[in-house]
Design a binder for this molecule. Structure first.
Ligand code: SAM
Length: 264
């Protein structure tokens, strides 16, 4: 799978990609990422990429012609890209489902906006406009990295254990269950509200029991409990098996009973 990222700050993309899971995936040829400096597609001596907005107002706007030339160059090299993504706070909110969908396409171009954004006419060459959340960043480089990272995790071989991707939060419409690792007990005075006393933080017994059926059920219950507490909106679209439906019903009954007690 190939990503072409068009930006005026190539270093903001290249440096984070030098390390970690993505760095390894690139090294192993599972992903090709080419960062294109928008200034290379200008034709003037000063390599100008921005201009004042028509109609006045604050800030600058990225000019359309260097972006069109960058897209033409990418298309000449790779053929028509499967997706041309414009990063924009005005786009559709990026989700795990989008990451999975995009991981199945061959060539993705990501355009990083800056300043007040890009000239509106650029949208004619864009297949989707993507926001990573309801806040405004200074540029599209961090969103491009977020999109690339989330999509790459679905590319076979990128994450060592593919099972971990299918269990991740959002993959099935549920948040992930809590994770623990060694040591089994942590003792610390700092965790205690009482002076001169220690508090123990332990790992749930079931995880130390070696009983895999019990562990599997505990994890299902905890994933459902977390989702119910923190993101109940996700449950409407979650794909639950029979056991999970039964666990969820029990958790909801418990909550109802708890709520009634408080209100009694
Ligand atoms: N004036 C624009 C607006 O209000 O929609 C904001 C421009 S922002 C300062 C500059 C660039 O950062 C945008 O063109 C876009 O590429 C990127 N950007 C900022 N916030 C983003 C977000 N939440 N999701 C995706 N891209 C974002």
């Amino acid at each position: 799978m190939t990503f072409d990222i068009v930006t005026i700050f190539p270093a903001m993309i290249e440096q984070p990609l030098a390390a970690g899971v993505l760095g390894r995936a690139i090294e192993r040829g599972l992903l090709t990422v080419k960062v294109r400096d928008l200034r290379d597609f200008t034709t003037d001596r000063h390599r100008v990429v921005d201009d004042v907005p028509y109609g006045g107002g604050p800030g600058m706007v990225l000019k359309p012609d260097p972006i069109f030339r960058a897209l033409d160059a990418i298309e000449a090299e790779r053929g028509r890209p499967s997706a041309v993504i414009l990063t924009s706070p005005q786009g559709a909110r990026f989700t795990q489902a989008d990451a999975k969908r995009l991981s199945r396409v061959e060539t993705i171009v990501v355009l990083c906006g800056r300043y007040e954004g890009v000239d509106e006419r650029v949208r004619e060459r864009v297949t989707e406009e993507v926001s990573i959340g309801d806040y405004v960043l200074t540029g599209g480089e961090l969103p491009a990295l977020v999109i690339l990272d989330a999509v790459a995790r679905y590319v076979p071989g990128v994450v060592g254990d593919e099972d971990s991707v299918t269990h991740d939060s959002f993959s099935r419409g549920l948040l992930d269950f809590p994770q623990f690792t060694r040591p089994p007990v942590i003792r610390s005075a700092r965790l205690s509200a009482e002076p001169d006393s220690e508090r123990e933080l332990t790992v749930p017994d079931v995880l130390l029991s070696g009983n895999h059926a019990e562990i599997r059920r505990w994890r299902k219950r905890e994933a459902l409990r977390r989702t119910l507490e923190r993101r109940p909106d996700l449950l409407a679209g979650a794909k639950l098996d029979e056991e999970e439906v039964e666990i969820l019903r029990a958790l909801q009954d418990d909550r109802m009973a708890g709520t009634q007690k408080v209100g009694e």
